[in-house]
Design a protein around this ligand. Structure first.
Ligand code: PRX
Length: 661
């Protein structure tokens, strides 16, 4: 790795602001109880986690707690949690509510992009629909352990499909509807999925998202798929291929609403979710059933201090881990009312998000800093048009939040009443591992504050020693937790290499971090070649390989650049094959090529044709230099003496293209 990502351990000197969360004796009592729980969770993790298992339903309750081995030298990394417990995740998320006091409670409020498009499901209705869908999957031949791919817009059927898989013991792999046909195909093939559940189309910002068309393209080369179930989500017509394709409504209309939940061992897989790393194609992060669900429910309840009458809106799409844990499994296990919104956050105007909070009387709102910055850029008038008085708790996740955006969120949206939970976690961690707790910690804009119960963090220098106060280093977790990913699908060696080799016998998260003088944690961004664009993880290697796959491209380098709304954006430098001429048209073709290879989120914000890339004498591309050029920091090129040909830099400085509009 060259020096580029070290920006992520630079600590910017700034005044730390504090927002105290209550004082007085009540607070003292809460703080004492909290500290006692933290101590207990660390002193006796077995007892702590076994006790937490009681928050979900079991067919056979576990007697075993969290066991693990982290031995990098012997290359043994393994975990089990509740290994003798039997359960089905859906009974905790559905049946216990539907059969109890929450039977008529609203489980899902779905808001379509058109204001009038609203659908509600009570817990009983949701359980019935999940059972219908589960019976359909069985009828199509799905069995325990089969993989089922889900490629849907943010509609209730996305949640129904996930839970229907869990009901029958199939492993769902949800693919974000913004990913291209090629990305969908790669994921289906890697997981060897048998069934695909998709929709004719989705809708966003007034535009049609042609999911079925993309799915058809993906399926031209996805031989394991035997059936495609298509939800009719819009009125758009699509071709159906017989006998492969079936309309969801045709299949479910006569299905029974009774489907016995498949008994699953706590360590049986629940889902695979693909995420980007620093090399190669996205990897399938595997989560198992018991530990994941317990931790999802625990963290959702404690971080957001959930109350029975909350209307909870997490804006994530179910295609990402935040959607899995904090739209589906955590809140439904806790019997919450979950709001789901299919459309664009600023469509048809920049007040839309706040309009939805007002209309549905949202109490807890959880989103990404990129959305806060986007909404902030439209001014204070939009939120002030709406009644946001029901909000009581705010959250953010996915990337570092800049103090300015934090303050706007706190002042203008939360009216200084609502605490902000800046939650740090990852696809691999399964649930929130670092976060303030409301009413306990003083809040600090930009700090994710403290490890959650049972979590222990260390910040390490490159030589493995522990960083001092206000010294940036690699964020590591020194003991496991129930919801840690068990492996990367089909590639356990890669799992060990990625998370357990940089620092032996601890989990290295890939993020820079420092601890301030109060002991609070500040996340500084990725240390590896993963870029966080609008809260979405993108591997630079993935985009480079998409570009190099184009016939005209000889070599490509992708570097992250700062972006005022998205946090980071991508800048591409491309050298062309001999004889190919760099033209504006070719540039557009290459950008389109990235869009169709991966999806719109991976399209570089700038693309510069370069006769050569700056390389060391050993042939390594010096991305640090490219990044400085892309960001216009030409006084900050650093040491260029190790370049094989320093003249390359002058040429690049002349050629650097502005950002695409
Ligand atoms: O870099 C960190 C950033 O998001 C990465 C994980 O991305 P993903 O697996 O897609 O999951 C995103 C949602 C959980 C992390 O390695 N990240 C996540 N939360 C924060 C964050 N960076 C700073 N502050 C956060 N609160």
């Amino acid at each position: 790795m060259d020096a580029t990502p070290s920006a992520a351990i630079e600590i910017l000197a700034h005044e730390i602001e504090r927002f105290p969360q209550n004082t007085g004796s009540e607070h003292d009592d809460r703080l004492k109880a909290y500290q006692a729980e933290v101590e207990q969770s660390l002193a006796d993790p077995n007892a702590y986690w076994l006790n937490q298992a009681n928050r979900i339903e079991w067919m056979r309750p576990p007697t075993q707690s969290l066991t693990y081995e982290w031995n990098t030298e012997k290359r043994i990394i393994s975990h089990t949690c509740y290994a003798d417990g039997i359960l089905n995740a859906t009974t905790s998320c559905l049946d216990r509510h539907a059969n109890g006091e929450r039977s008529e409670k609203t489980a899902i409020i779905w808001q379509g992009e058109e204001s009038a498009d609203v659908r509600r499901y009570t817990y009983t209705e949701l359980r019935d629909e999940v059972c219908r869908c589960a019976n359909v999957l069985k009828r199509l031949g799905a069995k325990k352990g089969d993989r089922i791919a889900i490629y849907l817009p943010l509609i209730p059927e996305a949640i129904i499909a996930m839970l229907a898989c869990a009901r029958i013991g199939a492993i769902h792999t949800v693919v974000f509807g913004g990913f291209s046909a090629e990305s969908l195909r790669d994921r289906i093939n890697n997981a060897e999925a048998r069934i695909l559940i998709t929709a004719n189309a989705g809708r966003r910002n007034g535009k049609v998202i042609p999911l079925k068309t993309w799915a058809d393209e993906a399926l031209r080369d996805a031989p394991t798929i035997a059936h495609v179930v298509v939800v009719r989500s819009t009125s758009d017509a699509v071709p159906m291929t017989s006998p492969r394709d079936h309309w969801y409504s045709d299949l479910t209309s006569n299905e029974s609403t009774i489907c016995e939940p498949e008994p699953m061992n706590a360590e049986d897989p629940l889902f695979i979710l693909y995420t980007s790393g620093s090399t190669g194609k996205p990897k399938g992060v595997l989560h198992t059933t018991g530990g994941y669900l317990v931790q999802a429910a625990l963290s959702h309840e404690r971080v957001f201090g959930m109350r029975e009458d909350d209307v909870y809106w997490c804006t994530a799409d179910v295609g990402w881990i935040t959607g899995h844990t904090y739209v589906v499994y955590g809140p439904l296990a806790n019997g919450s009312t979950v709001l789901l919104y299919e459309g664009g956050p600023t469509y048809p105007n920049p007040g839309r998000t706040w309009d939805i909070c007002d209309t549905h009387r949202v109490t807890v709102f959880y989103t990404a800093p990129t959305l806060i910055r986007l909404l902030m850029s439209h001014g204070d008038e939009w939120p002030s048009t709406f009644n946001l008085s029901t909000l009581r708790m705010l959250g953010c996740v996915g990337e570092p939040i800049n103090p300015e955006a934090w303050r706007w969120y706190f002042d203008i949206i939360g009216k200084k009443r609502c605490p902000i939970m800046d939650t740090w976690w990852q696809t691999e961690t399964g649930s929130i591992l670092i976060s303030p707790l409301a009413g306990i910690h003083d809040l600090k804009p930009g700090s994710a504050l403290r490890p959650f119960f049972g979590i222990e963090a260390a910040i390490l220098k490159p030589d493995g020693s522990v960083c001092g106060t206000k010294e940036g280093g690699a964020l590591c977790l020194t003991r496991p937790w129930p919801g840690i990913t068990r492996t990367l699908w089909g590639d356990h060696e890669k799992f060990i290499d990625t998370y357990f080799t940089a620092n032996p016998n601890v989990y290295t998260a890939g993020d820079g971090c420092y601890r301030d003088e109060d002991g609070d944690l500040w996340i500084l961004g990725r240390l590896d070649d993963v870029v966080n664009v609008a809260g979405h993880r993108i591997g630079t290697a993935e985009v480079e390989s998409a570009l190099v796959n184009h016939d005209t491209v000889a070599e490509a380098a992708i570097v992250p650049i700062r972006d005022p709304i998205k946090g980071q954006a991508l800048a591409a430098f491309v050298t062309l094959m001999d004889g190919v001429t760099a033209t504006p048209d070719l540039k557009q073709q290459l950008l389109l090529h990235v869009r169709t290879s991966i999806g719109p989120i991976a399209v570089p914000a700038s693309l510069t044709f370069a006769p050569a890339l700056p390389k060391t004498r050993s042939g390594k591309i010096m991305r640090r230099i490219l990044r400085a050029i892309a960001e216009g920091n030409t006084n900050d090129l650093g040491d260029v003496s190790t370049l094989a040909d320093p003249g390359v830099v002058d040429t690049l400085l002349r050629l650097k293209e502005p950002r695409n509009s």
